[in-house]
Design a protein around this ligand. Structure first.
Ligand SMILES: N[C@@H](CCC(=O)N[C@@H](CS)C(=O)NCC(=O)O)C(=O)O
Length: 204
């Protein structure tokens, strides 16, 4: 299978991490996400965003959450249907609805030097990011080791991707979140190959 990808994208880190921990071979196709035409590579993704997974059968699956659920089916990283799986879905939806629109946007704005151009937008996204980090801390406050309960799942991978970048926008983790991040990083086969966004004015 192929993963249409960008090395600086934390949305793409999610499937890269899962594929690494599954030991699944795949071809990585870097897409120039700064090229609006995307060289036609993402013609079958309505949003023209990465990541997109192309299966061995030639199906195209966009959206990191959909890719994670597809790849994790039948593996220890996704519980069977029922409450445990609903908890995984809960964190996947949370990530897309609360964490990513706040922290990822604030981080991108800051690293691209856009925070000074639209300070009100930046402040709003930063506050949203902080609220999401608080929610993660609250979710972990009952002492569970991982977001969906006792087991490490795709929910942890999905939420890890942007929450671990909080320092890029000078946000701090509560100890319960820092401990969870460390537990995620200690799982077998963990990789974090997210490349930094170059400082403002350095290209891209
Ligand atoms: N909801 C999507 C978001 C994907 C997304 O925002 N991808 C970014 C890279 S992190 C992208 O392709 N950006 C290019 C653009 O905005 O034109 C997901 O989770 O996969």
């Amino acid at each position: 299978m192929k993963l249409y990808d960008h090395p600086m994208s934390a949305n793409c880190l999610k499937p890269r991490l899962l594929l690494a921990q599954l030991g699944t071979p795949y071809e990585r196709v870097t897409v120039d996400i700064f090229d609006r035409d995307r060289h036609g590579q993402l013609a079958r993704n309505p949003t023209k965003l990465v990541p997109v997974l192309e299966t061995d059968d030639g199906a195209f699956i966009p959206e990191s959450g959909a890719i994670m659920l597809y790849l994790a089916e039948g593996t220890p990283f996704l519980p069977p249907p029922g409450v445990a799986r609903a908890r995984v879905h809960q964190w996947l939806f949370f990530e897309q609805n609360q964490l990513e629109p706040g922290l990822a946007v604030a981080r991108f704005m800051k690293l691209m030097g856009l925070d000074d151009h639209a300070p009100e937008v930046y402040k709003n996204r930063l506050q949203q990011g902080q609220r999401a980090l608080n929610a993660i801390a609250h979710g972990l406050s009952d002492g569970r080791p991982f977001l969906a309960g006792e087991d490490y799942t795709v929910a942890d991978m999905q939420v890890y991707a942007y929450s671990h970048t909080a320092a890029d926008v000078d946000l701090e983790h509560e100890p319960v979140v820092a401990d969870w991040l460390a537990r995620v990083e200690a799982t077998p086969g963990f990789v974090n190959d997210l490349e930094p966004i170059p400082p403002r004015g350095a290209g891209t």
